[in-house]
Design a protein around this ligand. Structure first.
Ligand code: NDP
Length: 604
């Protein structure tokens, strides 16, 4: 029997036929090597990591002592640093591999880079810094400036070490301090450490045979070579590409934003696709200062953050202040469920309603391709055949249009990827395409182990390595404290709110929690704070009572949301958040830290 969904004004959707198509498209892409298909960028490929933005400045190694050292100068380090300074802990040193603060936004300066979550909630500490975002979805230079603004306002620059990579962090129990060594010969100590190395910061390259043989120019999108392309991160025309034939490999969120700019600039642009992204409407607009002045009353950003989270994750907000692509998605699903008669609101039927809403959304997104892209064959190949949250949803109002630009061509690999790279270009479907430049929009390492991505292991009490402690998966309390690693704090979403549609909210909350914990320890003269084994295990048990991982179902087309279609192993079941949802978590953690009890932590 063929199941269909019907709506008075919409064509019928043949769910079974669609599901069969989704599976067929997934199967084309499944490959046994999973994450192993990507190359680790080192050795002869290490030049892909060079910083094109800031010259490295020589300096003497540091051998001093600080109260708090933080690894990573992105949002996590900045918001934790800011909260520590607010709490009176001003001796904070941020160690950062880039040449300035910004993390992701330091590296990703490709043309068109822009946030996909509304600026009002995505950009941290807007109220504290008094900055009004200029656009509903701010472009990268403005986000980088916000990072610099935070760094300046909270005095975080003075003590920071840029172009510096931590190589080792070891706990000295006798002295109750961490010893930190770096690739710049530093060996300094800190009472406390924070770790905010981010999930997506190590560029990866596709393991395409011959990748080292290309004699033209090439770079990864996170190291954009404006010397070669001309133009600038603000979207200035890349005039040096006017006589160039360029290929961009990859069609994820990065490529979707960069392609319209490349299409405008290149003599010829080849967009090399393995799996199409889903491209929904963007509808960016400037923020009206009069409107902003009206709404930006004390506490506005917290209200907006809480409203977004309530709309996203299990709250029951009656209004949607943010109205971005993410809240739209949730609103649709909720309204579909609310259409069910009350007696039918049982998990099976709610799940079916969610599926219906997804089929409808994806049909709309596919119809949008047809309505924009002139060439029928190209339009067909640009359609995404999977459920929307199988891959990172994209939003753009110029990407699909770019394929109507003369000189811009989609090279679809039918799920197989690029076959080979040669001295002169690349091979797809047995055809060699000669190009002057290859741009790798091939993403970042995700499924690899913490030690490999961070570039260091942590040695805690009694020589315990973090890689051992987490050998069978992450174990923590609140995603922040790990038993065996006193005075160390992790700043990331997993095992906390796990709110992935607005990661900065997780980070600012963690920053506040850490600052209050450290202040509590310092005010009472404690030299050590550590989660007890019992409290950690209790937290992990609680996490496991939840619904499990919501992203990247195994029947999805492969990508980093589902470990490239491979079984992620039992450890992955620990990559979850608070079972009652993000709103409940933020409420819980506020109570936990404000009580002054810090239940589960041992202070010595
Ligand atoms: P992704 O990992 O999302 O995309 C990599 C692309 O490279 C995919 O299209 C992939 O195809 C393709 N690819 C990989 N190997 C090959 C091959 N051998 N041949 C051809 N193509 C290949 O990386 P992005 O940098 O685009 O995005 C990473 C993440 O960064 C996003 O998911 C998002 O979380 C974040 N981001 C956020 C933005 C925002 O908020 N505005 C903007 C940009 C990025 P396939 O899909 O088949 O694997």
């Amino acid at each position: 029997m063929t199941m269909t969904t019907e709506a008075a004004d919409k064509p019928r959707i043949d769910k079974q036929a669609l599901l069969a198509k989704y599976i067929e498209e997934r199967d084309k892409r499944l490959r046994p090597d999973g994450n192993g298909q990507y190359l680790e960028v080192r050795g002869r490929l290490a030049h892909y990591l060079d910083d094109p933005y800031t010259p490295r400045v020589e300096r003497a190694p540091k051998t001093d002592h600080v109260t708090f050292a933080f690894v990573g100068g992105g949002f996590a380090g900045l918001v934790t640093g800011a909260r520590l300074v607010e709490a009176g802990v001003t001796d904070v040193r941020i160690v950062e591999k880039g040449g300035d603060f910004g993390g992701t936004w330091y590296w990703n300066r490709y043309p068109g880079a822009q946030c996909d979550t509304a600026s009002m909630i995505y950009m941290p500490l807007l109220e504290e810094t008094g900055h009004m975002p200029t656009e509903k979805y701010a472009h990268a230079p403005e986000i980088l400036e916000q990072c610099q603004r935070i760094g300046k306002q909270y005095g975080l620059y003075e003590n920071a070490l840029f172009h510096t990579e931590v190589e080792d962090l070891s706990w000295d129990d006798a002295k109750s301090r961490w010893v930190i060594s770096t690739n710049r010969g530093d060996r300094f100590t800190a009472d406390f450490i924070g770790l905010g190395t981010g999930p997506l910061h190590v560029p990866k390259l596709p393991g395409i045979p011959g990748i080292e043989s290309f004699k033209g120019h090439s770079f990864h999108t996170s190291r954009w070579d404006y010397d070669y392309t001309g133009g600038d991160p603000r979207g200035g025309l890349m005039e040096k590409l006017a006589d160039k034939r360029v290929a961009i490999i990859g069609t994820g969120a990065t490529s979707v934003q960069a392609v319209p700019h490349l299409a405008r600039a290149c003599k010829e642009l080849l967009v090399v696709q393995r799996t199409p992204s889903s491209i929904d409407v963007r509808a960016n607009q400037p923020i009206d200062p009069d409107w902003f002045a009206e709404i930006a009353t004390p506490g506005w950003q917290t209200r907006w953050l809480e409203n977004f989270t309530a709309n996203q994750a299990g709250g029951n907000a009656e209004v949607d202040l943010v109205m971005d692509g993410w809240t739209d998605l949730s609103r649709r699903i909720r309204s579909k469920i609310m259409q069910l008669p009350p007696e039918d609101r049982v998990p099976m039927k709610m799940l079916a309603a969610y599926e219906d809403s997804d089929f409808e959304k994806m049909e709309e997104i596919r119809a949008r391709v047809d309505s924009i892209v002139a060439d029928r064959g190209t339009a067909q190949n640009l359609k995404a055949w999977y459920r929307q949250l199988c891959k990172r949803p994209c939003f753009h109002d110029a990407y699909l249009q770019a394929f109507n630009t003369p000189g811009t061509r989609l090279i679809d690999t039918d799920g197989k990827g690029v076959e080979a790279i040669t001295e002169k270009g690349l091979v797809v479907g047995g055809v060699e395409y000669e190009v002057d430049c290859i741009i790798y929009a091939s993403g970042f390492e995700v499924g690899t182990e913490y030690k490999r991505r961070a570039g260091f292991d942590l040695t805690g009490r009694d020589g315990l390595k973090l890689s051992e402690a987490w050998g069978e998966g992450m174990r923590s309390k609140h995603g922040i404290h790990v038993h065996g690693f006193p005075n160390a704090f992790f700043v990331q979403p997993t095992q906390g709110a796990n709110l992935i549609s607005n990661v900065p909210h997780n980070l600012t909350e963690s920053g506040r929690t850490i600052a209050m914990t450290v202040k509590h320890a310092l005010d009472r003269g404690h030299s050590q704070v550590e989660v007890t084994q019992e409290a950690q295990e209790k937290w992990v048990e609680l996490l496991l009572t939840g619904m499990g991982r919501m992203l990247g179902a195994p029947d999805c087309t492969p990508g980093y949301y589902n470990n490239e279609g491979q079984d992620p192993g039992p450890a992955a079941r620990l990559n979850v958040g608070y079972p009652a949802g993000a709103t409940a978590f933020f409420k819980y953690i506020e109570g936990w830290r404000s009580s002054g009890e810090f239940e589960g932590l041992a202070f010595r």
